[in-house]
Write a protein that binds this ligand. Structure first.
Ligand SMILES: Cc1cc2nc3c(=O)[nH]c(=O)nc-3n(C[C@H](O)[C@H](O)[C@H](O)COP(=O)(O)OP(=O)(O)OC[C@H]3O[C@@H](n4cnc5c(N)ncnc54)[C@H](O)[C@@H]3O)c2cc1C
Length: 359
């Protein structure tokens, strides 16, 4: 890499993508600076449900599914405080019908769902008030706590020498002789050999200031937290009535679709409906209370595929964005870090290049 700059990599945006990339690049000895306009995990990542849902990935992303599991396990091994729990996932009701339930019986692959009986469902989730006759069960579904995961990655990146600056927005890309050489910020210019935008919904804004366009749109979703007094769920339950999981001894989390901001269907109304549904669906949930309802804005590429790689308009400029980002980030970041360091493209990322939008 060009040694005349202070940093090998300027990474913009400390969500799950930026934090993962900073970790892998710093671990490999790169001089990394990660800048964040607010505080780490203040974007979509900080609102995520935390479901590591590798089995739901469709081609051409599906070929990364086993790597997703391996990479999360590797992170947990490398960073003992990295939050990770393979808790399994039960799906039933209308949610189940969306899935292919052709596989019944024992599965040889952890990424193949099982169809399980009511007795097995009761054994997995004894607090379900209305266990279905059968459900789809995916053992290789996990959860992480996004805020803690990002904090853990950032601390580890710092341990490898990375600089991490909060409250520091990238205002403009710095361009010299057709090459992006860093970003301008309120506190001055930051120069680097390569600049990677992991700014989620901020990425299209930064690009547009240089006349570039990437179709990443914002899609709202609702995250609801409940105060509970005991453990009500062992894994993730995704049914027509609720999508919920336990998050520590005193918290239950649910995710819901955003409808609109009217009184009838706004986030608070949805939170109250979820409260009612969970009280009805779980034995022992009668006294749970609504703690918070928040809307998170998900950055979703228009074709729903990850965007990873160089922008063709300028040398030195790279993008990483994906949905579902929490699931994919460690794997995309690990593969991408190798590309950035070696300048050798990995075929595993070939379907995801920004150039597909640049006609
Ligand atoms: C309610 C909800 C539930 C979800 N549940 C799941 C789930 O269970 N599993 C899953 O896999 N995914 C889930 N997702 C999706 C997932 O959260 C996102 O795909 C992922 O967090 C995107 O990460 P990111 O790092 O690309 O973006 P972000 O987390 O948005 O991070 C971008 C960061 O860049 C910063 N930034 C922006 N502009 C600038 C700038 N100019 N200068 C400096 N910094 C800047 C922002 O402040 C932000 O911190 C969920 C999302 C929501 C909202």
């Amino acid at each position: 890499m060009n040694q005349s700059y202070r940093y090998d990599l300027v990474i913009v945006g400390a969500g799950i993508h930026g934090a993962s990339l900073a970790y892998y690049c710093a671990q490999a000895g790169q001089r990394v600076i990660l800048i964040e306009e607010s505080r780490p995990a203040s974007g979509a990542s900080g609102h995520a449900f935390g479901w590591i849902n590798a089995s739901a990935l469709a081609e051409p992303v599906q070929h990364l599914a086993q790597r997703v599991i391996d990479d999360y396990n590797r992170l947990h091994t490398e960073l003992p405080s990295f939050p990770l729990r393979w808790c399994g996932e039960l799906t039933y009701g209308a949610c189940q019908e969306k899935q292919d339930l052709s596989e019944v019986g024992l599965s040889l692959s952890p990424l193949q769902p099982l169809t399980i009986s009511q007795d097995a469902i009761r054994a997995l989730e004894p607090n379900l008030a209305h266990p279905p006759i059968r459900a789809r069960y995916m053992a290789a579904a996990g959860v992480t706590s996004p805020v803690e995961a990002i904090e853990c990655l950032i601390q580890a990146a710092k341990g490898f020498g990375a600089s991490v600056i909060s409250n520091c927005a990238a205002n403009e890309l710095l361009v010299e002789s057709g090459q992006v050489v860093g970003v301008s910020t309120q506190s001055g210019n930051i120069h680097g050999s390569k600049t990677v935008l992991t700014a989620g919904l901020g990425t299209p804004n930064l690009l547009s200031r240089q006349g570039m366009h990437l179709p990443i749109r914002s899609s709202p979703a609702i995250i609801i937290k409940f105060d509970v007094s005991n453990n009500l769920l062992n894994g993730i339950v995704s049914s027509s009535e609720m999508e919920a999981r336990q998050a520590g001894a005193r918290t239950l989390i649910a995710a819901e679709d955003y409808i609109d901001d009217t009184q009838e269907n706004g986030p608070v109304a949805i939170g109250l409906r979820a409260l009612k549904a969970i009280r009805a669906e779980l034995n022992g949930a009668e006294s749970i209370e609504l703690r918070s309802v928040a809307v998170g804005w998900r950055p979703i590429p228009d074709d729903r595929l990850p965007i990873v790689g160089p922008m063709s308009q300028y040398g030195g400029l790279y993008i990483m964005s994906a949905h579902p980002g929490l699931t994919l980030a460690p794997t995309l970041a690990r593969l991408f870090s190798q590309e950035l360091i070696t300048n050798i493209a990995t075929p595993l990322l070939n379907n995801f290049r920004p150039s597909r939008f640049q006609v």
